[in-house]
Design a protein around this ligand. Structure first.
Ligand SMILES: C[S@@+](CC[C@H](N)C(=O)[O-])C[C@H]1O[C@@H](n2cnc3c(N)ncnc32)[C@H](O)[C@@H]1O
Length: 379
């Protein structure tokens, strides 16, 4: 057992501990970001509270914590200069427990575990095993880790975490105690597929983020909307640059609000672009996961169905965004979207009469999506 790649755990433990170890070229980005901001890491205590084999334990004074004793045994061999503590880093979070003085200047580095306990893919093996301080408890371990960095009052935090923590409003709200005290200085987006043993089919964006403690000058959601994201491939984008379908229609079941006689069809509930990859769209019968569609909103749901057909042209870094729409162009092409969908699903007869599909429809729709995604379109 040598090197930085995790090799001592079975698959179930990997999932439960979130033990996807970081390849060296991504560890390097963390230290490059700090350097670029002129932070001299020698003047700080470097702390990784989920250190695994210790890939991030670089510098003169380093402390590594982990709940996995076997990982720490390997970390001790690979990082003889490091102080290592076997502990649950989310319980009784306070500097003194790890021998860190209140006056010490610290930088938290690393790649905390992120196992969203509500995600259905792995819910069968994920379990809520360890106790967590009540003020940092959340449904995703990674959110709890970010909140713990605030409790430790780190001067800088430079870690990897899902981009969804910042761009999904529900997550951003949970992070409030952190975001109120930290400001993003620089970042790079990478794909979850850069980690061994992770799904290559549903990639999601991970941010390597450098935050500085700034209690007077934290981040609100508009800061996130205006942030220029930079990907490792050199692409840049802003949340603000895209309009999304949830500005026009509901994403969630609405049975109570829409009468049966107003309903022309049923659509699977919506989350983000990645969820659409796996989910159904129009369905014949209603259930607790479906949305009732009115005649008026029908074209938007047609849009989403066709959007799903073009989803392979969308890069991983948009995976946790809501479904993009170019509203003016869509309105001009609305009938084409509707006709295409009605031809696809005969059970939608109540929604619209099926006209003959124009032969050029596919070319027009392809053109729409190329324009929508612009230089982000994947061929
Ligand atoms: C994504 S791995 C990162 C390991 C290493 N920092 C790296 O990037 O190569 C997450 C690590 O968090 C540890 N971990 C999970 N829950 C923990 C907890 N509550 N307290 C401390 N460590 C924990 C796991 O054992 C695992 O080693």
């Amino acid at each position: 057992m040598m090197g930085s790649e995790q090799s001592h755990l079975d698959f179930k433990s990997v999932i439960n501990l979130g033990s996807f170890y970081t390849p060296p070229y991504l560890v390097k980005i963390v230290f490059d970001l700090l350097k670029k901001q002129g932070v001299n890491t020698d003047q700080y205590l470097i702390v990784d509270t989920s250190c695994g084999y210790g890939s991030f334990l670089q510098g003169k004074k380093v402390i590594g914590l982990d709940i996995d004793a076997s990982a720490l045994a390997q970390a001790a061999l690979l990082n003889p200069h490091a102080k290592l503590v076997h502990t649950n880093s989310l319980l009784d979070v306070q500097r003194s427990r790890y021998g860190i003085a209140g006056t010490d200047k610290i930088i938290i580095v690393g790649n905390p575990p992120y196992n969203d306990r509500t995600s259905y893919i792995r819910s069968r093996i994920k379990q809520n095993k360890y106790a967590i301080d009540s003020d940092i408890k959340s449904r995703d371990l990674g959110l709890s880790f970010l909140l713990s960095y605030n409790k430790l009052q780190a001067d800088y935090v430079c870690v990897l975490h899902p981009l969804s923590y910042l761009i999904k409003k529900t997550n951003f709200k949970v992070l409030q105690p952190f975001t109120a005290h930290y400001r993003l200085l620089d970042s790079v987006l990478i794909s979850s597929a850069d980690f061994a043993q992770t799904s290559k089919t549903t990639q999601f964006p991970i941010i390597i983020a450098l935050y500085k403690r700034a209690p007077e000058d934290g981040m609100d959601y508009s800061f996130i909307q205006n942030q220029l994201w930079r990907t490792i491939e050199g692409k840049t984008w802003l949340l603000k640059q895209f309009d999304t379908v949830d500005n026009y229609i509901t994403k969630y079941p609405n049975t109570k609000r829409i009468a049966p006689e107003k309903t022309v069809g049923f659509f699977w509930n919506l989350r983000d672009i990645n969820a659409l990859k796996r989910s159904k769209t129009f369905v014949e019968t209603e259930n607790c996961s479906t949305i009732r569609i009115t005649q008026e909103q029908f074209p938007y749901y047609c849009y989403i169905d066709i959007f799903k057909d073009h989803i392979q042209h969308i890069p991983y870094y948009f995976g946790n965004c809501n479904i993009f729409i170019d509203h003016d162009n869509f309105m001009a092409l609305k009938d084409i979207f509707v006709q295409k969908v009605c031809a696809k699903y005969p059970f939608l007869s109540r929604a619209a009469a099926v006209k003959n599909q124009e032969r050029s429809a596919d070319t027009v729709l392809n053109g729409y999506f190329r324009h929508l995604l612009h230089n982000h379109y994947l061929d």
